[in-house]
Design a binder for this molecule. Structure first.
Ligand SMILES: Cc1cc2nc3c(=O)[nH]c(=O)nc-3n(C[C@H](O)[C@H](O)[C@H](O)COP(=O)(O)O)c2cc1C
Length: 247
């Protein structure tokens, strides 16, 4: 699936949808086709998707919701973030507004042995409603999230990844041939504390997709290693490491 890098700058969380606009049958079919082409972070985690009218969920936004169901297995939350972020960006390219909706619940939460994980609410937007100046979106200072002075052009873009409550749990240590990605703990937000690891793990999958899109765009090849879920008591928690060949 070819997702334009430029969509990183165009996407935003759509919270107001013009109810006079509607998706066409062809647009919905195209979305179904794209969903089947999403690239997983890790093979071997069974997932499934449903596109249903928003009114069949607790979401109050969008015309439809894309629901994701997954097998509960190591890295399934990272995988969910990585997969659905591809749709968030793809939809922006079609002038379809989307919003990750952590608060949303569908009627069916278990299906064919898979559990509901997260949804994206979406609906037709107008081109002018998308982000015009990404540098104005609120994000943490680079010095908080990125240590080391390598690959700053990548840091400058990857940091615009969306996250639950804009919590931006990613912390990166970067040297010229290795990027180490961690998840910060102790994130304070309006989410119940017990749910923070869940949503922040999805956020980390989103960030990995942004990071890899930036690496590919700048011609960096890499070898990714994922760390075991909650595999250490370290703070921040190691999530992934990228090795780049000496060039
Ligand atoms: C996993 C996840 C869950 C989210 N849940 C909600 C939500 O329930 N309601 C909402 O309005 N926004 C939600 N958001 C959107 C974030 O608030 C938003 O991505 C963040 O504030 C950054 O803004 P931007 O997406 O416009 O760049 C969620 C985002 C993520 C990644």
């Amino acid at each position: 699936m070819d997702i334009p890098y430029e969509m990183i700058f165009k996407r935003k969380s759509f919270r107001r949808f013009d109810e006079s606009l509607a998706l066409s049958g062809e647009e919905l079919q195209d979305i179904e086709r794209q969903v089947a082409r999403l690239i997983p972070l890790e093979d071997g985690i069974r997932v499934n998707y449903r596109i249903i009218p928003r009114k069949q969920t607790s979401s109050r936004r969008g015309e439809y919701c894309l629901l994701m169901y997954s097998e509960i297995k190591e890295h399934y939350l990272l995988n969910a973030g990585y997969l659905l972020e591809q749709m968030d960006l793809y939809l922006a390219a079609q002038d379809i507004g989307a919003c990750w909706y952590g608060m949303g619940k569908p009627e069916v939460t278990h299906e064919a042995g898979l559990d509901f994980v997260i949804m994206l609410a979406f609906g037709k937007g107008r081109p002018e409603e998308f982000r015009k100046d990404y540098t104005r979106s609120r994000r943490k200072d680079l010095s908080v999230i990125w240590k080391g002075d390598s690959l700053m052009e990548i840091a400058e873009v990857a940091r615009y990844a969306p996250s639950s409550c804009n919590s931006q749990p990613w912390r990166v240590y970067c040297d010229p041939h290795r990027i180490q990605v961690f998840r910060a703990t102790g994130i304070r937000s309006i989410m119940p504390a017990s749910r923070v690891p869940y949503y922040n793990s999805i956020d980390m999958g989103i960030f990995l997709f942004f990071l890899e899109t930036c690496l590919a765009h700048t011609g960096h090849s890499f070898e990714r290693t994922l760390f075991p879920d909650e595999g250490s008591r370290a703070d921040p928690i190691p999530v992934a490491s990228y090795l780049m060949p000496e060039g």
